[in-house]
Design a protein around this ligand. Structure first.
Ligand code: NA7
Length: 544
């Protein structure tokens, strides 16, 4: 590790060069604000840089899961599939980085380790794992919501003689499972995408399931010229409409409550949505996430579908989800997931009945039996939404650590700022729609809001901005109140922090919808930022 003697000064320091970090660099450049991004990986793309597991694919259609800020960009890029796979999304990220010449402002293979607020200098003192030190007026965390990959506390992982993988940290050179006996632990989105692909190569595949999930077929296929053309002709209007939608995705969101129509009509609607594929299934009726009776009808429909797809009734019953309302854990989207369990070399182990006790040199010990395997794939998820933020030793005013400030769960104002942490901005932080939305739409909205705020600081000769504790308390209460009007808190999900032992449980994303949230943020900016306090530049100079 080289220790640079003098820290470098930069006006805005961005952490992360995924879709959020890249757009930030572009916008900051446009404002003439000198900026640098630190990126732990050796390339851009964030989530799409790390999650290279077989079958990794976006569950938002590519025509919508792409930047909307540049008409040139959205016209020139051509997607090859309805739902692009990870390699194509990563190529897109690289294309954007080249096209906007972003790499010159990104410091790759560098992880921020600490960030301490210096009251006198009104700046952040940032240290990295390479010894590079920086002093930044503004610190913007574009660290991603699902970036801190998590291995469970199963004893003996290190004893395993074969290979161990995590879906969120997949080897760049890929993995060839041909002829291998493979274990997959977990059945969340990542596993549901990876299992059918791994099954095509592996000699034997054993899936260890703790909680079954609801999954809808994606009906993915090649992009047609007609479909892409229709979007491209109308992109500005469609993007504008998507930004007002609850999820930031333009699709047919029904205004009809489920129980207001006959059973036959409900079934016809579910059948049509099942046939069309994708997460729009959950938009079949207006109240699927707020009315349990309505939700039960959708859940039961999917349970029936699972029973129809899986030939062995015992296996089907293990795969049928019963412990949470449909959609209250992120709904999964798959290609031939349930059908994979009909293959003779694929086995399913119900971990609730046969708990995994340890990993041995040979494989996975569960329910008294050892499942001998050559490779274990952990598809066990992430320390979501707060993991990457808390991995940095962040200390705000009076040396207060973010870890202390968030000891009872993350508290933010709008998911954008934290009281006591001036000039520290979060992109898609907890308390914003984030993971409940089309991430790129939410990223663009946050980046625009932050950049507008920084432009305001410049215009007004202000050096620092922070949220007031009162505004933060009000927002936390509002996030909680809106969440409890829905069925979401009924699931032990990573939205609640429930997947990490000891993590405080509180519903982290804002469920009020992308459109409503945008309006709240826009109104705050238009009204001179009520709920935020500012420091004048002269006050800092005088202190210096
Ligand atoms: P998820 O959705 O957090 O899924 C993790 C899976 O791993 C889930 O099925 C867990 O079961 C399972 N898990 C975790 N720990 C264990 C142990 N100890 N034993 C057995 N099974 C375990 O992560 P993903 O990567 O699939 O998806 C994350 C998001 O990325 C996804 O929502 C998309 O937005 C993209 P559990 O449900 O906790 O019982």
């Amino acid at each position: 590790m080289t220790r640079h003697t003098e820290p470098e000064r930069i006006e805005a320091l961005v952490i992360g060069a995924g879709f959020a970090g890249m757009y930030l660099l572009h916008r900051l450049r446009g404002l003439g604000i000198p900026a640098l991004a630190l990126e732990a990986g050796d390339g851009v793309g964030g989530t799409w840089y790390w999650n290279r597991y077989p079958g990794a694919r976006c569950d938002v259609e590519s025509m919508q899961y792409s930047y909307g800020f540049s008409e040139a960009l959205q016209q020139e890029w051509n997607w090859s599939e309805r739902f692009a796979g990870q390699p194509e999304i990563l190529r897109y990220a690289n294309h954007v980085a080249d096209r906007l010449d972003l790499r010159r402002d990104i410091c790759f293979s560098t992880r921020a380790t600490s960030a301490h607020w210096d009251e006198l200098g009104a700046s952040w003192m940032v240290e990295t794992d390479t010894g590079r030190r920086l002093i930044a007026r503004q610190l913007i965390l574009a660290t991603g919501c699902l970036s801190a990959a998590r291995l469970p506390d199963i004893p003996g992982i290190r004893d395993f003689a074969g290979k161990v993988y995590h879906t969120g940290q997949w080897p760049h050179e890929g993995v060839d499972f041909t002829g291998q006996r493979v274990a997959v632990i977990g059945t969340g989105s990542s596993a549901i995408q990876a299992i059918p692909v791994i099954a095509r190569e592996a000699a034997e595949l054993t899936v260890f399931q703790r909680t079954p999930n609801f999954s809808i077929p994606s009906r993915n296929g090649p992009m047609t010229e007609d479909y892409a053309g229709a979007w491209k002709q109308d992109y500005p209007a469609r993007r504008a409409a998507a930004r007002r939608m609850r999820t930031g995705i333009l699709y047919n969101l029904s205004q009809t409550p489920a129980m207001s129509v006959s059973e036959a009509e409900r079934r016809a609607e579910y059948e049509a949505r099942w046939a069309a594929g994708g997460t729009a299934f959950m938009a079949a009726f207006s109240d699927l996430l707020t009315n349990k009776e309505a939700n039960d009808t959708a859940a039961e429909f999917v349970r029936e579908k699972i029973r129809g797809l899986v030939k062995n009734p015992e296996v089907a019953e293990i795969l049928v989800p019963r412990n949470h309302p449909i959609g209250t854990k992120r709904i999964c989207v798959d290609t031939a997931y349930y059908e994979t369990f009909n293959l003779p070399h694929v086995r399913l182990v119900d971990v609730r009945k046969h708990p995994i006790t340890r990993i041995t040199a040979e494989g996975v010990e569960a329910g008294g039996a050892t499942h001998t395997v050559d490779s274990i794939v952990f598809a066990t998820g992430f320390d979501a939404m707060t993991g990457t933020i808390l991995a940095i030793d962040i200390r705000g005013r009076d040396g207060v650590a973010m870890r202390e400030a968030w000891a009872d769960g993350p508290r933010t104002h709008l998911g954008l700022m934290v009281a006591g942490f001036p000039n520290l901005f979060l992109i898609t932080g907890p308390g914003s729609p984030s993971v409940l939305s089309n991430m790129i739409v939410s990223i663009e909205q946050h980046v625009d809001w932050v950049c507008d705020a920084l432009a305001h600081l410049r215009r007004e000769g202000l050096s620092a901005m922070e949220t007031t504790p009162k505004a933060q308390e009000d927002w936390v209460a509002q996030v909680n109140e809106v969440a409890h009007r829905t069925l979401y808190p009924q699931a032990n999900s990573w939205y609640m922090g429930a997947n990490i032992p000891g993590k405080p449980q509180l519903f982290m994303p804002y469920v009020g919808g992308v459109g409503t949230y945008r309006q709240i943020c826009d109104d705050i900016a238009a009204n001179g930022y009520p709920g935020f306090a500012f420091t004048a530049a002269e006050q800092v100079k005088a202190a210096e």
